[in-house]
Design a protein around this ligand. Structure first.
Ligand code: C2E
Ligand code: MG
Ligand code: MG
Length: 732
């Protein structure tokens, strides 16, 4: 975890800082101490050597007053020892007296004392007496102090030399006093020393090593103990940082560590716990559905995106089940919204009971639920789950307001096969759900690529249709409605036609639903209405007895707020009386709209003189109750009841019933889709006088209508019955 790493390095940094400070302190302290010791040692040595020289001179003069006297400088330091007798050669020779003298001096110095005689031939100072001893207290080898010796130059100039001199491979701090004869000429030298200088150097080195060793030890202890303490002290902070990190990165909530501590960490923990609480509330608001407490759309999309993220490596990621309650709207309408809410909550419980740990249920709004199930691994499992859900939801649900029969339809997308992104998976599950509903509710459908292709095709078609409408590429054909009695025309149905430049003729059964689903139907319908009125005007002007024009009105078009005004305007612009126009509506106008509203709009249309026809009667919702109350003029019997009626006695009975019903209600009856003479004969026999069908004519361009009408009339008259000459009929 990245933050853990950073935090560890914080511990390291604190420890390093601590060690750094301690190291600098040690270096400063030790350096200061060391240099003080060094200075003190040096001063001490200088004092000692000075004292040694004074003592040596005094002892010499005091022990042998008849031979030597001491000459001193202004500070009283001995500057030379003078031989006060003439026989200097005799005096500067080895004698037992000197052994005693030198050993006295040496004892006082705690060093060595030596006497030299200047050799007049070599000008070197030959040693003739010393207390210095070699290793194991042996007599040192004979020695002459020559020009290479550091004291030689000073002594030659009859001056004192104080400093380090080499001796048997080592260094000693020595004081050399020149010996002069009675005349003042240089005769020899006396040296005293205070031992090995190396000793001091050695001691100093030892001190340095000690300092280094102890400094290292102290630093190690500080680093170890400091690091450990820093690490331990950081532990609650680390836990808190981990919590903060999780809080930011995930939605898992856990207890805030360090809560209740009476220090900064405790404060921090308290603040974080407040933040966590706020975030929880925010999440509930942002990602929750207030009614059911389930995840909402935003949460669902986030979960779906998370599941489909490329980092989730598994090749099978579960299934997306989109579920829609059947007849939910009816419950809402029948029992009110609170019943609808209750039903949703009950449905939630029923669905949840079928889900496993790890499955996510969300409500996207209305009665749309969606299950995101990582547990469903294949189609078989998905099927099982869907069957259980459909079965459980098909059972009537008792609500305080009454018992409701709902049910559900489910669309399934397998993940990631049916969607690599959240949008794609959602869209595909939705396509499958729509298909399930279209196939008749209470069922489930798996997404497949044909569904997608069909949706794609609808989209392309919508685009093309929009373009065609903008460029006025749509035309109309007309199909006559024939009066069997006299072969005259009752009217023409005006039907939209679309000849696409590359795709050719696209049938209304394809483009009308697309127009309805894409908001294009008002434009299309108004265009057809206008064209129908224009044609009617043209025919009327040409004194062609066409009866009326019938125009199909889609339910969506009818419920435009200004539809009545649009119809009135079309009539006015083309100077057409209302009775020349018949509007065909389907039974779907009764769905989702109250009777009062239908009555009002129908009433307003009829006030314009327009007649109203119920198209495709018997094929749809068939709410017979409305037939009695609504201001309708005409029923168009659906083709399904006409085609093959000559050979099917049951169909014949049905048709007879419908005709009787229409007549009983005093409605005009037009039979659609008669293709054969036998069918027309049955219609005639059952008393249906108005027929629209391929038998007489297919839909045709309106300019052919007059000639076709003439042909139909003639042939009907000639044959007396229903045998028009089948010639020159335009193709649909
Ligand atoms: P519809 O209003 O029921 O129109 C009658 C349909 O039956 C026409 O199909 C017509 O060609 C067809 N038809 C008539 N006689 C026969 C026959 O003997 N045999 C067979 N097999 N079919 C026959 P079309 O033109 O393909 O139109 C289909 C549907 O599209 C129409 O059914 C209508 O619902 C809709 N439609 C057509 N034009 C418009 C329009 O301008 N606006 C609206 N809203 N819908 C339209
Ligand atoms: Mg129609
Ligand atoms: Mg019809």
């Amino acid at each position: 975890m990245a933050f853990g790493h950073r935090l560890r390095s914080l511990t390291w940094r604190i420890t390093a800082l601590l060690v750094g400070f301690v190291a600098i302190s040690i270096v400063i302290m030790a350096g200061l101490g060391y240099s003080r010791v060094d200075q003190a040692t040096e001063e001490y040595s200088a004092i000692r050597i000075d004292r040694a020289a004074r003592a040596a001179a005094s002892i010499t003069a005091a022990t042998l007053p008849d031979r030597f006297t001491v000459l001193r400088d202004r500070e009283g330091r001995p500057s030379a020892i003078q031989i006060i007798r003439e026989d200097k050669d005799a005096i500067l020779a080895p004698q037992p007296a000197y052994v005693a003298l030198l050993s006295d001096i040496g004892a006082v110095n705690q060093g060595a004392a030596t006497l030299f005689r200047l050799n007049p031939h070599t000008y070197a100072f030959d040693r003739f007496g010393t207390t210095f001893r070699g290793p194991n207290n042996t007599e040192p080898p004979p020695f002459s102090l020559g020009p290479s010796h550091p004291a030689y130059a000073a002594l030659s100039a009859r001056a004192v030399h104080v400093g380090q001199v080499p001796m048997l491979g080592g260094l000693r701090l020595a004081y050399f006093i020149p010996l002069i004869d009675i005349s003042g000429a240089l005769a020899g030298a006396m040296s005293v020393d205070i031992g090995w200088v190396d000793e001091l150097v050695h001691r100093r080195k030892e001190l340095r090593d000690d300092i280094a060793l102890w400094a290292g030890l102290i630093l190690a202890v500080v680093a170890l103990a400091g690091g450990l303490i820093a690490y331990r002290q950081m532990r609650p902070l680390r836990a808190l940082a981990g919590f903060a990190h999780d809080l930011a990165a995930t939605s898992d909530s856990r207890d805030v560590p360090g809560l209740g501590r009476n220090d900064e960490i405790g404060f921090l923990a308290e603040g974080l716990s407040r933040v966590a609480e706020l975030r929880g509330n925010l999440e509930r608001l942002a990602y929750g559905d207030p009614l059911t407490g389930l995840a909402n759309r935003a949460r669902y999309f986030a979960d779906l995106s998370g599941l489909l993220a490329p980092t989730q490596s598994s090749s099978r990621k579960g299934a997306l089940l989109m579920l829609d309650l059947d007849r939910f709207k009816e419950t809402n309408d029948a029992f009110g919204h609170s019943a609808g809410d209750d039903l949703l909550v009950r449905a939630r419980d029923i669905i949840l009971a079928e889900l496993e740990e790890g499955d996510n249920l969300a409500r996207l709004g209305g009665d749309d639920f969606v299950i995101l199930s990582p547990n469903v691994r294949d189609e078989v499992q998905a099927q099982d789950l869907c069957r259980r859900l459909i079965e459980r939801l098909a059972v009537p649900i008792g609500l305080p307001q009454g018992e409701v029969h709902t049910g559900c339809s489910i669309g399934i997308a397998m993940l990631p096969r049916d969607g690599e992104s959240a949008e794609e998976a959602h869209r595909n599950a939705d396509l499958a759900l729509r298909q399930a509903k279209q196939e008749g509710r209470g069922r489930f459908v798996f997404f497949d690529h044909e569904l997608h292709a069909a949706a794609q095709k609808r989209m392309t078609l919508a685009r093309m249709l929009r373009h065609a409408l903008e460029n006025d590429e749509l035309t109309v054909h007309v199909q006559p409605q024939v009066r069997l009695k006299d072969g005259r025309l009752h009217g023409f149905e005006v039907l939209a036609r679309w000849f696409h430049p590359t795709s050719g003729a696209i049938p209304p059964s394809e483009f009308i639903p697309v127009a309805e689903a894409n908001g294009l139907i008002p434009a299309l319908g108004n265009r057809v209405l206008d064209e129908a009125c224009r044609i009617a005007r043209e025919w009327a002007d040409a004194r062609f007895e066409f009866g009326h024009v019938s125009v199909n009105v889609s339910t969506i078009q009818l419920w435009q707020p200004n539809f009545v005004a649009i119809v009135a305007d079309a009539l006015r612009r083309h100077g057409l009386p209302g009775y020349r126009l018949c509007l065909e509506v389907t039974e779907s106008v009764f769905v989702n709209h109250g009777e009062a509203k239908v009555m009002r709009v129908f009433g307003e249309l009829r006030a314009l003189g327009v007649t109203l026809s119920l198209d495709d009667f018997g094929s749809g919702y068939s709410s017979l109750g409305y037939l009695n109350t609504l201001p309708l003029d005409q029923l168009k019997i659906d083709r399904a009841f006409v085609s093959g009626v000559d050979r099917d006695p049951r169909k014949r009975s049905l048709l007879a019933g419908i005709i009787a019903l229409g007549k009983g209600l005093r409605l005009e009856l037009v039979a659609e889709g008669a293709e054969k003479a036998a069918e027309v004969e049955v219609l005639r026999a059952l008393g249906c006088n108005l027929v629209q069908g391929y038998y007489f004519a297919k839909p045709m361009p309106h300019r052919l209508a007059q000639a076709e009408a003439e042909r139909i009339r003639k042939s009907l008259r000639q044959n007396g019955k229903t045998r028009p000459e089948r010639a020159g009929v335009a193709a649909a």
